[in-house]
Design a protein around this ligand. Structure first.
Ligand code: CA
Length: 221
């Protein structure tokens, strides 16, 4: 992930650059609004981190300018603790999120991942069906609130069944959606995964009907 960091405080900026680097996020740091516009015009960023108090402008004024060239750009606003008004105007101004200084860099990294995910249309990653909660993107799953260990394939199968929204999926169709058309996997592999899913989530998790195929045992919410 590549992030545009607009922050005039050099010490804070270098801390953020180093800190985010540890989380696999690279920053292009600029110190004022003019620089931000110049750099932004030339290259695509995955997100921007915007300090509100800049020497040549109010950070919030930059938001529409950055969005003019990149309308979907996720923006996180940094604000001082005493600037509650600013914070609210930041969100009203179209920022995706904000953090109050001082903040934990882990928090900043997590929020940046969240707002970029959201911008990529994966804001609602969880599937809920009966006692099952599933996050296809992260591969996490819970049954009645307790974490369940599921393999990537098992997650894929459940996700496909959930997206069928109560309808039956023929074995060939399910196989194709999970493995793709070209992947010559034996149909037995699918059976093994379904067997394992039932073992982990209960027999009722996946229904089978001869001639119809498979169906999720719970209706997606
Ligand atoms: Ca500042």
């Amino acid at each position: 992930m590549r992030v545009l960091l607009v922050e005039d405080d050099g010490l804070i900026a270098s801390g953020i650059v180093a800190g985010l680097h540890a989380f696999g996020i690279s920053c292009e740091h600029v110190s004022d609004g003019a620089e931000a516009q110049a750099v932004h015009a030339g290259s695509g960023f995955d997100a921007a981190v915007l300090d509100l108090g800049l020497p040549d402008c109010d950070g919030i004024e930059l938001l529409p300018i950055l969005r003019a060239t990149d309308p979907a750009l996720p923006v996180l606003v940094l604000t001082a603790r005493d600037a509650v008004e600013h914070r609210l105007s930041g969100l009203n101004g179209g920022a995706d999120d904000y953090l109050v200084k001082p903040f934990d860099l882990r928090e900043l990294a997590a929020r940046l991942h969240a707002i970029t995910r959201r911008a990529q249309g994966r804001g609602e990653p969880a599937i809920k069906a009966g006692p099952l909660r599933l996050e296809p993107a992260s591969g996490l799953a819970w049954l009645d609130g307790a974490p369940v260990e599921l393999s990537r394939r098992e997650i894929d199968i459940l996700t496909q069944l959930a997206s069928a929204n109560g309808r039956w999926l023929r074995a060939e169709a399910l196989h194709e959606r999970v493995y793709g058309l070209d992947d010559p996997v034996s149909s037995n592999a699918l059976n093994v995964h379904i067997h394992n899913i039932r073992r982990k989530l209960g027999a009722e998790a996946i229904q089978t009907q001869r001639g119809l195929g498979y169906r999720l045992g719970w209706r997606p919410a």
